[in-house]
Design a protein around this ligand. Sequence first.
Ligand SMILES: [Zn+2]
Length: 382
Amino acid sequence: MQNLLNICEEHSLLNGYRWSPTKCTVISSSTNSTTYNLYNTNLRTAPTVKYLGLQFNHLGMDTRAHINNLKEKFNKSMHRIHQICARTNGFSLLLSTKIYKQFIRPKIEYGLSITSFKTTNFAALERLQDDCLRMIVGGFTNSSVKSLRVMVNLPSMVERWYTLNSKYLIRADTLPTDSLIFKIIQSNTRYSKINLSKNKNPIFQALLQNNSPISIYTKLTHTISSYRSNAIINSSEKMIQGCRSDLKLDPILTIPMTRKERRRILRWRMNWLPGGKPNCHCGGQMSRNHLFVCPAIPEAYWENIRRGFHNDINPIDAILKSLLTNKPKSITEKQNLIIKWQPLWTDLLNILFLVDQICHKTQETFVDEPDPGVLFYKWIME
Ligand SMILES: [Zn+2]
């Protein structure tokens, strides 16, 4: 290395320019004590160095340091946005997540396409996004926001890594053969981290198997969609199984309802019953399963909702999953929907209202609310 530095020094002297030794840093491991110099000035050594916003150590890009650095960087921005508006009593959840997607997620994604992740780094990467979503919906540090992510149609950060990395690999493959990156990739195929990431990226691997004659970017779009839908369909987590897999905004977020009604439904879908597992009026413990056997819920509320599980699917989840996504157009369609939804929706909202009361223990704190579901019915008939 010192020989290479000497060559640089000679070249600068011959051509009339000068390197700046104070701006140079040698990245070395803690076991390496060799010192290097330029123009007889010792160069500073450091275990990690930040260059163009990315962290490097003697092995290359330092993924863990990069994630920690990202966390610090976006935490400040996210807190600022949270203070202004992106919180439960501020903008709607939909708008807050759009703001997150527009202003915060690009910060997390900086350098993501070329970062080499090990499976052990995935949880830390995912947590970056989950912390932002928790801040928006007002969750505790460990509350799960996986189902919320599906409802607002946000890919996981690992899915984003697969996507951005695939786009990068496609671009790298189509670069001119005399470009520097193309030459580097071609000359170091065995140890190249780009080639390693190719093998670890299931979206890119699926893309390679797709021989249809459409453009590579159209194939990529189809592959990403099918990967994400399958991840929802095949998820072993009950809360994700209860979500739609069509990769659209869940109508829970868009159909008209009061703020309280929406909050109760969202909490139900995220399994965030207030107060953990509070005592029920019947003497049991309130939970998603207790609800179906609880004598404190009037029998009449179950009249239109099939009580009990069918094919292991929670009936309330099944109803929420079948909500309409588009406003009906014809009169007949509107009337049919009112006949179907009016009793069902009112009963469901009544049940969730009661759960909210039970979880909060004091009924007196609840102010009068409009008749359940009126905004939804009005929207159908408009
Ligand atoms: Zn009960």
